[in-house]
Ligand binder design. Structure first.
Ligand code: PMP
Length: 650
């Protein structure tokens, strides 16, 4: 273990005593970053001598080699109050984490002692030691008194750590033994290691040393991944080792090697609100305790009802006054549902011959059979072509599309399109005029327009839904990825009232006979409601339009010099083809493209490519400064790869 955070269930429970004993037993260095309640004038010998650091040095001698505190305040109070009383800047998690990173490179292992308990505020922004632990991912050792009051305080402290996802090394009861409390704690905290410490330093050190360390765990589960897991879209025979991700916060992923990589693929395009939002954690925890899951036929619950209402409001005019929301689990199933609704609607209106779906070249609608059938992508699903039902693929040209509709007049069940942005097909963008043309030509022929907003919906392209940016009115809309902000799987298919009405009648067989076990999972719905609050409060659709403007500036400044082909931006998405390749020749630069994610990682980016297409799409909650840094890293990545190729040449 490289470091351990020592916290207490309150003040004066023996944190420093235990830390000193561990340091004395050997092997640990000591750092108490924030010290309050020091006496004497600042900087004098008295002042330093009254600190816990001095006490540990006195007990443990040189072996503890303590590092001096980053903050020393005279007032014995919480750090925010002590800093205010001294008229000095209060500690921040960012500054403390940076100091720890610097110290961590310098020997160790380190015992890092907090000031007071976990919820003690560090500053006026009410950051606490828990935030510090989330940022540094240090495992925690909880020091408690063995005596009266320990059961409540220790349980609360351990639960706070567990709820925050922080590794718990164990609990040390420091003082005269209390067998009854030890037994009670074992019952209250099953699985938590508890050690009674009176004066046996060697036993204390052995207890700490026996904790499973996070590093050991990574090795263990990576070995299991190699032998037991089948990854999506992965050729296991040749694929490099996957990145081992141990955490995520805000716009960044943290690897087992301690790198912080900007999540430039938004975790397969799902993350909009940033990782690890406490609002979502709270919503999920609350809902799980109230109602985790119940079947959704013949039963219902508040989160689904409220979510349906909010989505219909967001979807606006076409769905107001009678539109409906059908829940499923992922983008592909949302598409399957839309296809079934469209076909069954025609069948029940007496036109079962309307069974051809029209999609557009380069489209992708998911990996299930119906979704594969309508997209007709050779690159993704060529293997399965013999198994797919008939569908029509239109070029991205209005004239050719109109001809196709006319050639199959009376037999088209629906037109399916990813509005404004084809994602997996290579981040291909089309104009609002084109989308309006597609919608108008379908409307003229009374063909339902099915929008696949699985990727574009919920703010990604600068509006709640892409069709709102184009002023188009669809009949069915599928949404998924960003629905829970990137936290839990959930999908919806929105249907206009006319479509819903076609399923009403006495005959049960006329109902939509489709449903998944986890339809409208209440926890996922609660996460989505909390994510919608964040969308609105932080105007994430507006953020996406700000990203778009920033991307256009980056393109103007960088694309010509780098030789990027077809650079383009829409909302939160920036994309271009690798220099030298053209749109559509998917695997043109295959060898080179394998270098791109590796080079990006060295520049602090987690980047994926689609054939020759490079795209950059961090969560919409990424700050301006992070976005600017990320774009600089993207430019540097491209230069690195281009330069390394130049060096490779004979
Ligand atoms: N439609 C579009 C436009 C998508 O981008 C995706 C996923 N990339 C899907 C459908 C399928 O969604 P899922 O992976 O959640 O099944």
């Amino acid at each position: 273990m490289k470091a351990l955070f020592v916290t207490g269930t309150g003040t004066d429970v023996g944190k420093t005593h235990v830390a000193a004993a561990l340091a004395q037993a050997g092997g640990w260095r000591y750092w108490k970053p924030v010290q309050t309640g020091v006496s004497g004038a600042a900087g004098t010998a008295d002042f330093l001598a009254s600190s816990d650091t001095a006490r540990v040095r006195a007990v443990a001698g040189a072996s503890a080699a303590p590092h001096e505190p980053a903050y020393l305040f005279p007032l014995a109070a919480a750090p925010d109050q002590a800093a205010a009383a001294a008229g000095l800047p209060a500690p921040t998690v960012h500054a403390l984490a940076a100091s720890f990173a610097a110290i961590g490179r310098n020997g160790g292992p380190w015992l890092v002692e907090g000031a007071g308990g976990l919820h003690v505020p560090l500053n006026e922004a009410a950051e606490t030691w828990l935030d510090f632990l989330r940022a540094t991912r240090l495992p925690a050792l909880v020091i408690a008194s063995p005596a009266l009051g320990t059961l409540n305080h220790t349980t609360l402290t351990v639960r706070a750590l567990q709820d925050a996802g922080i590794e718990l090394c164990g609990v040390v009861l420091s003082g005269p033994r209390h067998a009854a409390n030890e037994a009670s704690l074992a019952r209250l905290l099953p699985g938590v290691r508890v050690h009674a410490f009176e004066d046996d330093r060697a036993a204390l050190a052995a207890f700490v040393a026996a904790a499973p360390t996070p590093e050991d765990e990574v090795e263990t589960w990576l070995a299991l991944d190699r032998t037991a897991v089948w990854h999506p879209y992965t050729q296991h025979h040749t694929a490099p080792e996957p990145l081992a991700i141990v955490g995520a916060r805000g716009a960044f992923l943290e690897t087992a090697q301690g790198e912080h990589l900007l999540d430039a693929a938004s975790s397969w395009w799902v993350n909009t609100i940033g990782h690890g939002r406490p609002e979502i954690a709270a919503a999920i925890a609350r809902q799980q305790r109230r109602l985790d899951h119940v079947l959704f036929a013949g039963a219902t619950h508040a989160p689904a009802a409220y979510l349906a209402q909010r989505l219909l409001r967001l979807a606006g005019a076409p769905f107001e006054g009678g539109g409906r929301v059908f829940f499923s689990d992922n983008g592909s199933t949302a598409i399957e549902v839309a296809l079934k609704i469209a076909y069954q609607m025609h069948a029940q209106r007496g036109a079962p011959e309307r069974r051809l779906f029209v999609s557009f070249e380069g489209s992708y609608h998911g990996d299930t059979f119906g979704a594969m059938a309508v997209a007709r992508s050779k690159d993704f699903h060529g293997t399965f072509a013999p198994l797919l039902f008939d569908a029509l693929s239109a070029p991205l040209s209005l004239a050719a599309y109109a001809d196709l509709l006319d050639a199959h007049a009376g037999r088209v069940a629906g037109v399916v399109i990813e509005p404004l942005l084809q994602g997996a097909g290579g981040m291909r963008m089309h104009s609002p005029e084109f989308l309006r043309g597609v919608a108008a030509l379908a409307r003229e022929r009374d063909i339902p327009l099915i929008l696949d907003e699985v990727f574009t919906g919920l703010g990604r392209v600068g509006a709640a839904f892409a069709y709102q940016r184009a002023g188009v009115e669809p009949d069915l809309v599928c949404a998924a990825k960003g629905l829970t902000g990137g936290n839990l799987p959930l999908a919806v298919t929105l249907a206009r009232s006319e479509a819903f009405a076609a399923f009403l009648g006495e005959d049960k067989a006329k109902a939509l006979l489709h449903g998944h076990s986890y339809t409208a999972n209440p926890i996922a719905c609660a996460a989505a409601l909390a994510a919608l609050d964040i969308y609105e409060r932080e105007d994430l659709a507006g953020r996406a339009r700000t990203f778009e403007a920033t991307y256009h500036r980056w393109i103007a400044a960088e694309a010509p010099a780098l030789g990027l082909f077809a650079p383009r931006a829409l909302g939160g998405v920036l994309a271009f083809e690798w220099p030298g390749s053209g749109v559509g020749d998917y695997f043109h630069a295959a060898g080179t493209m394998e270098q791109v994610p590796r080079a990006a990682r060295r520049r602090g980016l987690f980047l994926r490519t689609l054939g020759n297409t490079v795209y950059f799409m961090p969560p919409l909650a990424t700050s301006d400064a992070e976005l600017t840094e990320g774009l600089a890293a993207l430019g540097a990545t491209i230069r690195d790869v281009l330069n390394s190729r130049a060096e490779d040449r004979p």
